[in-house]
Design a protein around this ligand. Structure first.
Ligand SMILES: Cc1cc2nc3c(=O)[nH]c(=O)nc-3n(C[C@H](O)[C@H](O)[C@H](O)COP(=O)(O)OP(=O)(O)OC[C@H]3O[C@@H](n4cnc5c(N)ncnc54)[C@H](O)[C@@H]3O)c2cc1C
Length: 369
């Protein structure tokens, strides 16, 4: 077997590590000049959205032999709506870093890869398919998949973010639910050191949201973060991602091509989390290639989580600021706190199941793409 992996990101690298474990050395093709050669940002793993996996770092190490470490444990999340605030506490998840940083998840993964990585690759998929027996598409971009096969696009999102300098608690995350600057979306603050954090604003590109000017929304968000943190935060870097696609592809595998990470549909629509699903999809591809699993079957739980997550998003999109205020007030209780932190309670599954009717109610409305 000669395996090409297109893309040395989370799913591609996890696939390579797993293949190597079984004695197969793939060749990776990465379009950038090194692993993680993009903006630096903080990202999170939230167990409440990943159950039954509670500690994804322990899970990846013990079950799959992939050793990674976070920047910090999340001990506190503050939810902020227009006029309310809720505080969640306990073991709420992990913060990690992405991009150019030496300890970014992709750099940690790449240090475990022994196979050859060809950087600055411009080799298209079609050429790889001719030269190798198998190709793993792991380019992190669902748009690439959509050129090859049916991709059920559920939404696209505009994301704008920045690195800010200030004084932060690495264990404390902020999430803003406020249509004044994040229409049907969210803003969040993820510190990756005591002095630096990422703030990100994301909202869906529905036709009725086109009337908003991104820069105006961003200024409102930035000012609100400064106000809530009682700090004048200095922006040192920024990024913008347009039309970031959420959806799933019809065929995780076509012939000898496997689709992994965002290419298969690993991005969870509710809050835009996709790291764990991407890493797992890369591992599952390798298992299939080594005759130790069936990729379609292994993906089933992730596909189900995707549907639950989409139902939650669709329901939340219906909430105006008044309802978001009520939601945030409800979250400020010990009962909700214990449901979120309870290791035996699958919150996403429960919410996704109850909210399933929103998938059907809003389908026609959102079918604009
Ligand atoms: C702003 C932002 C914030 C996010 N926050 C979170 C979060 O807090 N928690 C969470 O779980 N998820 C988060 N996500 C999602 C998460 O980052 C992705 O789901 C995950 O990185 C996808 O992994 P992947 O392997 O599919 O792609 P990536 O890790 O992006 O890797 C793709 C690789 O393919 C390379 N590539 C692209 N095109 C080509 C080509 N033609 N040839 C060769 N190589 C190519 C790229 O350079 C890159 O190295 C966020 C995403 C964004 C954009």
């Amino acid at each position: 077997m000669e395996i090409a992996i297109m893309g040395a990101g989370l799913s591609g690298l996890a696939c390579a590590i797993t293949l190597e474990k079984y004695g197969i050395k793939p060749i990776l093709f990465e379009k950038r000049s090194r692993v993680g050669d993009r903006f630096v940002n903080g990202e999170a793993f939230l167990p409440a959205l990943n159950r039954p996996i509670n500690d994804c770092y322990a899970y990846l190490a013990e079950k799959h032999g992939i050793n990674l470490h976070p920047v910090s444990n999340i001990k506190k999340i503050t939810l902020l709506s227009e006029t309310n605030k809720a505080t969640l506490h306990g073991h709420l998840g992990f913060l990690n870093i992405r991009g150019r940083d030496h300890d970014s998840l992709e750099c940690q993964l790449s240090r475990q890869v022994k196979s050859e990585i060809n950087f600055n690759s411009q080799i298209p998929y079609e050429t790889l398919l001719q030269d190798f027996t198998h190709v793993v598409l792991a380019t992190g971009d669902a748009a690439y998949t959509a050129k090859i096969q049916d991709f059920q696009q559920d939404l696209t999102v505009t994301l704008k973010g920045a690195t800010i300098e200030g004084s932060f608690d690495k264990r404390h995350v902020g999430i803003w639910l406020n249509n004044n600057f994040a229409p049907q979306g969210y803003g969040y603050l993820l510190p990756f050191s005591e002095k630096e954090a990422t703030i990100t604003l994301g909202y869906p590109d529905y036709p009725h949201n086109q009337r908003y000017d991104l820069e105006t929304l961003w200024q409102k968000f930035y000012r609100r973060v400064c106000k809530d943190l009682h700090q004048e935060l200095r922006i040192t870097d920024n990024f913008e991602v347009t039309r970031y696609m959420f959806g799933t592809c019809r065929n995780p595998r076509i012939g000898n091509t496997f689709f992994a990470g965002n290419c298969v549909g690993a991005m969870m629509p509710a809050f835009g989390f996709g790291q764990l699903a991407s890493i797992l999809s890369g591992i599952f591809v390798a298992d299939d290639l080594c005759g130790l699993g069936n990729y379609n079957e292994s993906l089933k739980p992730l596909k189900q989580s995707y549907r639950y997550s989409l139902a939650v998003r669709r329901a939340m999109e219906q909430l105006d600021n008044h309802k978001l205020d009520v939601l945030v007030r409800l979250c400020d209780s010990e009962l909700v706190n214990s449901l979120i932190t309870s290791q035996n309670f699958n919150l996403l599954k429960m919410l996704g199941f109850i909210l399933q009717p929103y998938l059907w109610k809003t389908r026609q409305f959102h079918n604009y793409a």
